[in-house]
Write a protein that binds this ligand. Structure first.
Ligand code: NAD
Ligand code: DAU
Length: 332
């Protein structure tokens, strides 16, 4: 593969993947991104312009998508509306981008016979009980809870149908919760770090017993590249790094890292339909394709992430006030 189209490449994980390609491969990248509130040109700014080109456009616009898909060896599809809380406030852009946008890309890939990798989430499987010894596998039935996860589930099923009915050369990955640099301040970990850096307080939904399975975005990127190179066409791969932590544990760790008492946080209104626990069994990806997470421990990664947000206040501070005002209006 010499030239990839990366949708959503100006977002948190998409930009990490583009950086991964620049640092570890010779691939040329065209990013297609609508530059929504969640995007950041800065995340791509230091990358070589002879390797990375940004096209500003909508994945649901066939006139933009079709010619781009026709010029590349593969599409790697990250673009999405990605935040559960926003999908509860207004599901409409989630249906448009995640379902109609994915459909538009699939039709272009079908017309041009282009290899397609779809980036998805473990949330399509719903949630697990806190005391369930099991984890999600590729065989777990779909059972999404939120408008966001329902639209991601819908997009996954479109990809599967295009692969089976039209012979599209497709793979899918479903990853657990990512953390690392360039994540928008609306998300859990950056929100708490930047609240403390701004002199505010940490906000925990409900009792904080909910569990998420954390993976550094660098490890997600290496997994996607592994699947693109060696994944079996038509297959789904779960991506995870055995990083289960309760939200309460994460909040206490962030408080300690920033020199606060670990009980110095607020319990706020819980998320409607809040999924209890996500946990990924990534055995298939590890045994079939030889992938391993290499980033290091969550505790070490969280400390580095805190330092990154401390050093990049000019980037996140302009977004902070509007995000916190929206949360405050919902009692969160
Ligand atoms: P993000 O919200 O940070 O970035 C999304 C990017 O998509 C932004 O740059 C945005 O401008 C772009 N975009 C949105 N609508 C678009 C449209 N209509 N046309 C073109 N571009 C558009 O999201 P993220 O956290 O980086 O997630 C990227 C992908 O990974 C998503 O598909 C998400 O479902 C999936 N995923 C995320 C996580 C996670 O923990 N964040 C975990 C597993 C899977
Ligand atoms: O599992 C993968 C998914 O992880 C991705 O598909 C989504 O795109 C991504 O946003 C993420 O979804 P979550 O809903 O798990 O992430 P979020 O950062 O919104 O919240 C993580 C947990 O923290 C969740 O249990 C809700 C809780 N939370 C969140 C916020 C913003 C709080 O307790 N307080 C908060 O202020």
């Amino acid at each position: 593969m010499r030239h990839l189209l990366v949708t959503g490449g100006a977002g948190f994980i998409g930009s990490n993947f583009v950086r991964h390609l620049v640092e570890h491969t010779d691939v040329r990248v065209t990013v297609l991104d609508k530059l929504t509130y969640a995007a950041s040109r800065e995340s791509l700014a230091d990358l070589p312009t002879d390797r990375v080109e940004l096209v500003v456009g909508d994945i649901a616009d066939a006139a933009v998508v079709d010619p781009l898909v026709g010029t590349v060896d593969a599409v790697v599809h990250f673009a999405a509306e990605s935040h559960n809380d926003n999908s509860l406030a207004d599901p409409s852009p989630f249906v448009q981008t995640n379902v109609v946008g994915t459909f538009t890309l699939l039709e272009a890939a079908r017309r041009h016979g282009t290899r397609f990798h779809h980036v998805s989430t473990d949330e399509v499987y719903g949630d697990l009980e806190l005391d369930d010894p099991g984890r999600f596998t590729e065989a777990t039935p779909y059972n999404p809870s939120s408008p966001y996860s329902a639209t991601k589930a819908g997009s996954d099923l479109l990809v599967r149908a295009w692969a089976r009915s039209f012979g599209l050369q497709a793979t899918i990955s479903n990853c657990s919760n990512n953390y690392g640099p360039w994540q928008h301040v609306e998300k859990f970990i950056p929100r708490q770090i930047t609240n403390l850096l701004d002199g505010g307080r940490v906000k925990l939904y409900g009792a904080g017993a909910n569990v998420r399975d954390w993976i550094h975005a660098d490890d997600h990127s290496s997994a996607v590249w592994t699947i693109l190179q060696r994944g079996r066409i038509g297959e789904t791969y779960l991506v995870g790094a055995d990083g289960e932590r309760s939200n309460l544990e994460v909040v206490r760790q962030v408080l300690r890292l920033l020199g606060h008492d670990e009980d110095d946080f607020d319990h706020v209104t819980d998320r409607a339909g809040h999924d209890l626990r996500y946990a990924i069994d990534s055995t298939k990806l590890r045994t079939e394709l030889g992938w391993q997470p290499t980033y290091g421990t969550f505790e070490d990664g969280l400390a580095k992430t805190v330092e990154w947000y401390r050093d990049h206040a000019d980037w996140w501070r302009p977004h902070k006030q509007a995000v916190e005002a929206a949360y405050a209006a919902r009692g969160q």
